[in-house]
Design a protein around this ligand. Structure first.
Ligand code: ADP
Length: 490
């Protein structure tokens, strides 16, 4: 049972299929090559026999002549060469009159079977020489026959040569070739199995590594072989995937820790406040104060939970934009106004430059959220005495929103990641957030079909540029006076 299962697994393996495919292909090639050579050999032997027969036909004319008593062989009986030549010519031959009546013939031709008168007549009438292969008890003979004239008398002459030797050579070649073939196939099969195994070894190493990976060793990498082939490419892709997974897992792990910390602090505070109130408060005022403080922290808790919920909704596509037409210029001024007091508190100057009106088709709540996130970040990361500037400008077909600050800036290595979920530039700032603000910004811009771009110089400031496409009537009512309306406080 186990043996059958093992066998089944082996035959289904890529290694087996590769080796078997290669072997089948190789076997077909070898058989085709053997067949081709066998056929070529056959053609060569037949051509050579035909050429020899053509020569013999010419030679017969020199030795066979019509005498008074009829046709006969004429040669010098003392010349060994002539005796040899004529005896060769006489081995397989037939001479008949034009009616097919045999005049002279060799015993072998008799054994092969004399040509029938009808056959002889047909060949004589055609005028062209005839080439045939005839058999004497399985032994093949090549026969050349046709009209033969001497001293104005017409005869039918056929001369032949055995093909037996040639056929035996072909037979020996075929037998040897096909005897050795299974051995060659066996050697090739073993070689194919070995080569396929070697070629697929990196795949096994990938799968072994993949089996070892759990959430705690996601940083595992498969060593590259340096061959620059498809398998190296696969390993690179796999390693890249592992790196991304590792990063995501790290972020999620970090996020869980952060969320627990974020939630634990206000929860501990609320608990403390309520316990103190329960055990020490005496007057209604003291109770009231404790409850107010607790409420503030509960508010913070709610906002964190809301942010998490929103993020998951936006990621799963549950959050759909509620577009309506509103004045973007007014929205920018409103949000900027809301941030004036916190900005003042931090000693930061907040400026808003907008046209008088800028009607757009967008989701007001999300645009407000986008502005709030950008402005709160700008104020949070700008030291006292700095400046934050939000500017709305109209270009043909699009609205451009810029939020610029003179704050701490972002180092180039962090810049590509700041829009990632839960990504926070490491800092000692106790007011650090959850790293979700810019993820929202990116999602809102994307959902509106726009683009966001960030430039930053560490120590000098950061500029976020957002372009939103001109959906519906984005036609700003720029007044005749091009000077922008400016909101300045602080
Ligand atoms: P957070 O809630 O931590 O502010 P965000 O997603 O809004 O998360 O921002 C991600 C990171 O980008 C922050 O940790 C911060 O370091 C950096 N960042 C965002 N805006 C600014 C800015 N205006 N100036 C400097 N750093 C910024």
């Amino acid at each position: 049972m186990r043996l059958t299962a093992g066998l089944l697994r082996t035959t289904r393996s890529l290694r087996f299929r590769l080796a078997a495919g290669y072997l089948v292909f190789f076997t077909i090639c070898l058989i085709a090559i053997g067949g081709f050579f066998r056929f070529s050999l056959h053609v060569i032997i037949q051509n050579e026999t035909d050429a020899a027969l053509e020569e013999a036909w010419g030679a017969v004319k020199g030795y066979l002549t019509v005498e008074k008593y009829g046709p006969d062989w004429q040669y010098d009986g003392y010349d060994a060469d002539e005796i040899f030549i004529v005896s060769r010519l006489q081995r397989v031959y037939l001479l008949t009159d034009i009616n097919g009546k045999p005049v002279l013939h060799s015993p072998i031709y008799d054994s092969i079977g004399l040509d029938s008168p009808a056959e002889i007549k047909r060949i004589l009438q055609s005028g062209a020489p005839s080439w045939r292969t005839k058999y004497d008890h399985g032994e093949p003979y090549r026969i050349r026959s046709g009209r033969w004239t001497d001293k104005n008398q017409v005869f039918y002459l056929a001369v032949g040569r055995s093909l037996g030797e040639g056929e035996r050579i072909i037979g020996r070649f075929t037998r040897d070739y096909f005897l050795i073939l299974p051995l060659v196939i066996l050697v090739c099969g073993v070689l194919g199995w070995y080569v396929a195994g070697r070629a697929l070894e990196p795949l096994n190493s990938v799968s072994r590594t993949a089996q070892r990976i759990t959430s705690s060793n996601l940083s595992t990498q498969i060593p590259r072989r340096g061959a620059g082939d498809e398998l190296d490419h696969l390993i690179e892709t796999f390693n890249g995937m592992m790196e991304r997974l590792h990063l995501s897992f790290e972020q999620i792990r970090q996020f869980s820790t952060d969320v627990s910390h974020e939630l634990r602090t206000p929860l501990t505070v609320v608990r403390g406040q309520l316990e103190v109130a329960l055990f020490t408060a005496k007057s209604p005022e003291q109770y009231r104060e404790a409850m107010e403080n607790a409420l503030e922290d509960v508010e913070r808790l709610s906002s964190i939970v809301r942010a998490l919920l929103l993020l998951s909704q936006s990621e799963t596509g549950q959050l759909v934009l509620q577009k309506s037409e509103f004045d973007l210029a007014e929205a920018v001024r409103d949000v900027a106004d809301q941030f004036q007091i916190p900005a003042e508190g931090d000693g930061v100057r907040l400026l808003a430059e907008t046209p008088e009106h800028f009607p757009v088709q967008a989701d007001r709540i999300q645009i407000d959220r986008l502005l709030s996130n950008l402005l709160s970040n700008a104020i949070k990361y700008t030291p006292a005495g700095g400046e934050v500037r939000v500017r709305l400008s109209a270009e043909p077909g699009q609205a451009t929103l810029t939020v610029e600050d003179s704050g701490v800036g972002i180092a180039p290595e962090h810049l590509p990641h700041i829009f990632d979920r839960f990504y926070r530039v490491p800092s000692a700032d106790p007011r650090k957030g959850l790293g979700l603000g810019l993820s929202f910004v990116a999602w809102i811009v994307k959902a509106h079909g726009g683009a966001v771009h960030v430039e930053s110089q560490p120590g000098q400031g950061t500029r976020f540029t957002i372009s939103l496409p001109a959906a519906a009537p984005i036609r700003p009512a720029i007044e005749s006076d091009p000077a922008m309306r400016e909101t300045t406080r602080g």
